[in-house]
Design a protein around this ligand. Structure first.
Ligand code: GLN
Length: 270
């Protein structure tokens, strides 16, 4: 019989220690503290075999979140599959802004929702109404599952934001659209490039393809004084702020992420 400690030690030969620990915790359904204080605990051959498979997937480059099937975002656990982008800590800046600008009466719309992490986080903490939009049926399936787990009664709309019309009236609209420049897709880190959905990353030739569409649509479906907040890629904040200005948004503000990168542009409907 092998022990948890041996599994961890062996895994560290091929993957990062922190990843090895997360995978083991997921497998034995215990937290890190428990695993680290129970290293001499013996595991069955089945667990050993399963763990080896997980470690091999990680060693081949697959992100931990796709192996465990979940990712923490704003202290909530979201289910993820390869149909959705893995929630990023950078996106918590936009979640925080939306939470600050919402209360229980707020109607929130999350465009390009993916796993649902943005809109569902706001609805969870503010107990408000949320509508989640995505082009991908598979992504909406994941978002629905996450809504169920969090006990949120959200609305789901399958829609190609670039071509379909949007209806409804909203107080707050948030979006983390695809924003990677198409020519840059090939130079993304392999774990992103080979595993995450290109549909959720490809923002067109200049990476800015979605913003004018989202901003124009937002200006027609936001209530008076409604607010729009979008996540942007490195170096895109200025252009996106300009587009908001051209569409009569006011109080345009740029927020930085924890790394000091301009990550979110917000504005208020005139
Ligand atoms: N932050 C992601 C990355 O750089 C991109 C997310 C997006 O396109 N919305 O990999």
């Amino acid at each position: 019989m092998v022990t948890l400690g041996t599994l961890l030690k062996d895994a560290r030969l091929v993957i990062e220690k922190s990843d090895a620990l997360v995978l083991l915790c997921e497998l034995v359904k215990k937290d890190k503290g428990w695993v680290l204080t129970h290293r001499s605990e013996e595991v069955s051959d089945d667990v050993y075999g399963e763990y080896r498979k997980m470690v091999m997937r990680r060693a081949a480059g697959e992100p931990v979140a796709y192996i465990t099937g979940k990712k923490e975002f704003y202290s909530l656990d979201f289910e993820v599959t390869r149909d959705v982008l893995i929630p990023r800590p950078d996106t918590e800046v936009l979640a925080e802004w939306a939470i600050e600008n919402s209360d229980s009466q707020t109607e929130v719309l999350d465009i390009c929702t993916g796993s649902g992490c943005l809109g569902l986080t706001v609805a969870y903490y503010k107990q408000c109404k949320v509508t989640l939009v995505d082009i991908s049926e598979a992504a909406l399936g994941i978002a629905k599952r996450n809504a169920e787990i969090l006990g949120i009664d959200a609305e789901f709309v399958k829609c190609d934001i670039l071509t379909d019309t949007c209806s409804g009236r909203y107080d707050v609209i948030i979006s983390n659209p695809p924003y990677v420049e198409t020519p840059m897709l090939d130079s993304l880190m392999p774990d992103v490039r080979l595993y995450e959905p290109e549909l959720a990353l490809d923002g067109g030739r200049d990476g800015l393809m979605f913003y004018p569409v989202i901003i124009k649509k937002a200006s027609s479906i936001l209530k008076d004084n409604g607010k729009l907040g979008v996540e942007v890629g490195i170096g895109q904040a200025k252009a996106v702020a300009e587009t908001m200005k051209e569409n009569n948004f006011e109080n345009i503000t740029v927020l930085k992420d924890l790394a000091g990168i301009e990550r979110v542009v917000t504005g208020c409907k005139n």
